[in-house]
Design a protein around this ligand. Structure first.
Ligand SMILES: Cc1cc2nc3c(=O)[nH]c(=O)nc-3n(C[C@H](O)[C@H](O)[C@H](O)COP(=O)(O)OP(=O)(O)OC[C@H]3O[C@@H](n4cnc5c(N)ncnc54)[C@H](O)[C@@H]3O)c2cc1C
Length: 492
């Protein structure tokens, strides 16, 4: 049994979504695309709800490289338009979220490279800086004991990608603007005689079913966008193809520099970026057909990254040194009739907003963390042709969260009680993986190498239920997931 107060709040949200007439907009998907659009539409005074079938930010938005970047790598494809627009989006997002995004120096190591290729990288970085409107620090050369480097800047999310998404949502959650996680769209049909969408929702926590009506349906379901369009009977000129990306996190040690390395044997790069007590090494780039299998790393991904680390990084990078594994699928937009097989890096990372005019629906394809805010503003401008914004816009909430220093990590995280009452945090995993970084900064998803964090996890779990037996069951289920999904990836 989940915490009664939490369940009562949740029931009230379902009621306020269903009562009071049709919603202006129902957004499906609580990743960065949905959350940013939810934020913009709420600020414009609309009656909006956003639902996610799992936790907020539990899709691709929990697995990014956390860089707010202008797309340096896409210069290779001569895709200058995408790079220029990503640079513009980077500037806008860094200005709006100055407290949550900081500039990051990235070292491009040129140690053993021939002079001609150093000069080429130098010229490319200068060009990139110019395309970015000379906003961040100018690229510079640095002589280092570990090898010469060219240094350029990007933005980086300070806390984490999922935390960033949840902060956007928590600031807007009010009577006018509802956000519900663990709530799946099960049916969606257009009632053209009343000009409304009729949507069936399944509450994945309680098993109850709900009906809502909305004037406009917004598909922000990321890699599930095509699936949702099929469910809602929406045809599109586009579709997604999928590329899996995996990072390994190692103890950071004394490494404080973000670095970029060539991916040996492939025309791509890997990054090594400090993040709290760990450094993230990756990502891989693997084209996948089967999305279900793509959401977890496999032994080949781990082996590939360990091999690259052994050949390129200093220090120990063995399987037993891995602190955590991040894995996500990039949604890459292509025309509906696309059927080539190519290395996914050569596909554009642009976004595409498709308008299904007759049915009053919109699908958000592709895109990146970096561009999510500008895409949201662009989409909201399209939507105001259908429904003009209200003159009154509700104030946003700016409550400083209640935090506590984590004993093992020495870092302040939001408390489980605050996360439950103010951030719709329903489960132990929601808390350890997305409200805090505990599952990624402590080995074995926060349990510790020898389960030494089990008691701490049991105490955390008790915030999400009022029955001690249920807290114990939550921890057992979590342990089981670690043993079956995580441990085998790192075993010999
Ligand atoms: C390895 C990797 C590294 C990356 N690095 C960067 C980076 O450094 N910088 C950058 O800008 N971008 C980066 N990206 C890209 C970025 O992470 C994604 O573009 C972005 O997170 C996509 O967000 P989204 O909201 O569109 O999708 P998602 O985050 O996947 O959200 C979609 C949501 O829809 C929900 N949903 C689906 N179907 C339903 C349904 N029927 N009912 C209810 N809910 C539903 C899902 O549960 C999910 O939470 C990276 C991506 C990967 C994989």
């Amino acid at each position: 049994m989940l915490n009664p107060l939490f369940l009562a709040q949740r029931a009230a949200r379902f009621r306020s979504m269903a009562e009071g007439g049709p919603l202006d907009f129902l957004i499906v998907g609580g990743g960065i695309s949905g959350a940013m659009l939810h934020d913009v539409l709420c600020r414009r005074g609309y009656r909006v709800a956003m639902v996610d079938k799992s936790d907020f930010a539990s899709g691709t938005s929990q697995a990014s490289g956390m860089l707010v970047w202008g797309g340096l790598l896409y210069l290779k494809n001569l895709d200058f338009a995408t790079v220029a627009s990503l640079c513009k989006a980077r500037k806008a997002l860094m200005e709006k979220c100055a407290r949550q995004i900081k500039p990051l120096d990235i070292h491009y190591l040129t140690g053993g490279a021939p002079a001609a290729s150093k000069a080429f990288v130098w010229a490319a970085l200068q060009f990139y800086w110019l395309l970015g409107g000379c906003e961040l620090d100018r690229p510079r050369f640095k002589k280092c004991p570990s090898g010469d480097a060219l240094i350029y800047q990007e933005g980086m999310l300070c806390e984490s990608d999922s935390r960033f998404v949840i902060d956007q949502i928590a600031a807007q959650d009010s009577e006018q603007s509802i956000a519900l996680n663990h709530c799946r769209v099960a049916t969606a049909s257009r009632d053209s005689s009343h000009g409304l969408w009729r949507i069936g929702l399944n509450d994945e926590l309680t098993g109850t079913e709900h009906q809502v009506t909305a004037k406009v349906l917004i598909n922000a379901a990321g890699v599930w966008a095509d699936e949702l369009n099929r469910l809602a009977g929406l045809e599109s000129r586009y579709k997604h193809v999928f590329s899996k990306g995996v990072y390994l996190a190692f103890p950071r040690g004394d490494s404080v520099e973000a670095r970029i390395y060539p991916m040996l044997g492939r025309n791509d790069v890997l990054t090594h970026v400090p993040w709290g007590p760990v450094s993230m090494w990756g990502p891989t780039e693997t084209s996948i057909q089967n999305m279900k299998a793509g959401f977890s790393a496999d032994r080949d991904d781990v082996r590939f990254l360990l091999d690259q680390a052994r050949r390129q990084l200093r220090g120990q990078h063995r399987a037993e040194d891995v602190v955590s594994i991040r894995c996500g699928i990039r949604p890459l937009v292509v025309p509906r009739n696309y059927n080539r097989e190519e290395y996914p890096l050569s596909l554009s990372r642009r976004h595409q907003v498709e308008i299904h005019k007759e049915k009053m629906a919109i699908t958000m394809y592709g895109g990146k963390f970096t561009s999510a805010m500008t895409v949201a503003e662009h989409t909201a401008n399209l939507l105001k042709r259908w429904i003009p914004p209200a003159r009154f816009s509700p104030p946003t909430r700016h409550h400083a969260p209640e935090t506590r220093i984590h004993d093992g990590l020495g870092h302040a995280f939001v408390t489980p009680e605050w996360a439950r009452d103010r951030e719709s945090c329903a489960t132990l995993e929601d808390y350890l993986r997305r409200r805090t970084n505990i599952a990624q900064w402590m080995p074995r998803m926060g349990l510790g190498h020898q389960n030494e964090q089990r008691d701490a996890l049991l105490e955390t779990a008790s915030a999400f239920t009022d029955e001690p037996n249920h807290a114990e069951a939550m921890v057992c289920a979590y342990e089981q997931r670690v043993r079956s999904l995580y441990d085998p990836l790192l075993s010999a």
